[in-house]
Design a protein around this ligand. Structure first.
Ligand code: SAM
Length: 353
């Protein structure tokens, strides 16, 4: 009995040390992305196991292979790399399925930009202030650290805006491909508006799958659409979704409601409602929280993202449950609602007028 208790306490001490040191994980991930390690190992699909010295000789003119190996070992324990022990003094590393999400694909995209976007100085400065979101929810930790809201801050810094667009494209393109394979709600739509559409990738993919959509309007902040690439059949429109939203017979919106408070969501959704004909759909793709707080990767990614929103975007912006979304829709007057679970991260939420 005493032994069992000792064992439990020993395990608890290890677990809390792991949690307390957890910052090493995203920071090391950030480091290996900055050093271009994933593309260097991948080499067009070869994924040949390489030693830290071999990787280093390909990414930098000089450096410390032992320190690189320390990063690789730690991230191996989080299944980013696979470790191949050659002999007592040599270890080599290849990319696992998780590590491969950081490799640049044929369209120049990967999850690497998302890793970099989340760990820019201005965002990192907000993290030691998370407790202040509890003490005073009226001001975001990001605002306390940087003096203005995240989107206003990005808007003044072209390199942050550009990284944000690459980060969104890298994460959203695979999500959209998965969703479009299993969701048929765009059928019959002719004029579609994407609210907060960033570089326009979601609209591009939706139109590829549904060429019957004659007109695609990619709507975002003026400084964002100014940098969006030309996409045939897609018109970029700059504006403010809190003021008005272009009319369409359906409205799409991905990863937008999550970053705003309930009152702000109601304003965005009311502007969508006003721009839709009777029977028109507002199709939102958002992270939806499960009821139970379990330790699965999905639940953790969603709960961690919720704290990210609280810290960076809005202290009362949040990841919501399906029922919370349903209630938001009812409060605006959308009589019909359904949630479709296809992708592990984003759920399709269909509100019909
Ligand atoms: C988290 S990103 C999602 C981007 C894209 N929908 C996706 O999922 O890849 C949120 C988007 O909302 C846009 N946004 C923020 N405030 C806005 C506003 N007031 N009016 C229009 N768009 C806005 C941002 O510029 C950004 O592109």
């Amino acid at each position: 009995m005493a032994d069992e208790r000792t064992e439990r306490r020993n395990n608890a001490r290890i677990a809390i040390l792991e949690l307390a040191n957890m910052i090493s994980v995203p920071m090391s991930l950030h480091a290996i992305v900055r050093l271009n390690v994933p593309d260097t190992i991948w080499q067009g699909g070869a994924n040949t196991p390489l030693s830290a010295s071999q990787i280093l000789s390909r990414v930098l003119p000089s450096g410390d292979p032992e320190n690189l190996q320390r990063l690789l070992r730690m991230l191996t324990s989080y299944h980013v790399f696979a470790e191949h022990i050659i002999n007592a003094s040599e270890r080599r590393y290849s990319l696992t399925e998780i590590g491969q999400t950081l490799v640049t694909d044929d369209d120049g995209l990967s999850h690497a930009a998302f890793v970099l976007q989340h760990h820019q100085d201005a965002l990192v400065k907000a993290w030691p202030l998370v407790h202040e979101a509890v003490a005073d929810p009226t001001v975001e930790p990001f605002v306390k650290a940087n003096g203005e809201s995240a989107y206003a801050y990005y808007g003044k810094k072209p390199e942050m805006n550009e990284l944000m667009q690459r980060a969104m494209s890298g994460v959203s393109v695979p999500i959209m491909k998965a969703i479009l394979d299993g969701y048929d709600g765009f059928q019959g739509v002719q004029r579609l508006v994407d609210v907060g559409g960033s570089a326009g990738d979601c609209m591009r993919l939706i139109r590829q799958k549904h060429p019957t959509i004659r007109e695609g309007i990619n709507f975002d902040l003026p400084e964002v659409v100014a940098k969006a690439p030309n996409i045939p059949g897609v018109t970029h429109v700059g504006g403010d979704m809190f003021k008005s939203i272009p009319a369409g017979d359906a409205i799409f919106m991905k990863w937008v409601l999550t970053t705003w408070t309930d009152e702000e969501c109601k304003l965005i959704m009311k502007n969508c409602y006003d721009s839709l004909p009777v029977g028109g759909k507002m199709i939102a793709c958002e992270p939806v929280l499960p009821i139970e707080s379990d330790s699965s990767h999905r639940t953790r990614a969603l709960l961690e993202g919720d704290i990210f929103v609280m810290t960076i975007y809005r202290t009362k912006g949040k990841h919501r449950t399906e029922e919370e979304f349903h209630q938001l829709g009812l409060s605006i007057g959308f009589p019909k609602f359904r949630a479709i679970y296809i992708d592990h991260f984003d759920t399709v939420l269909e509100f019909q007028k």
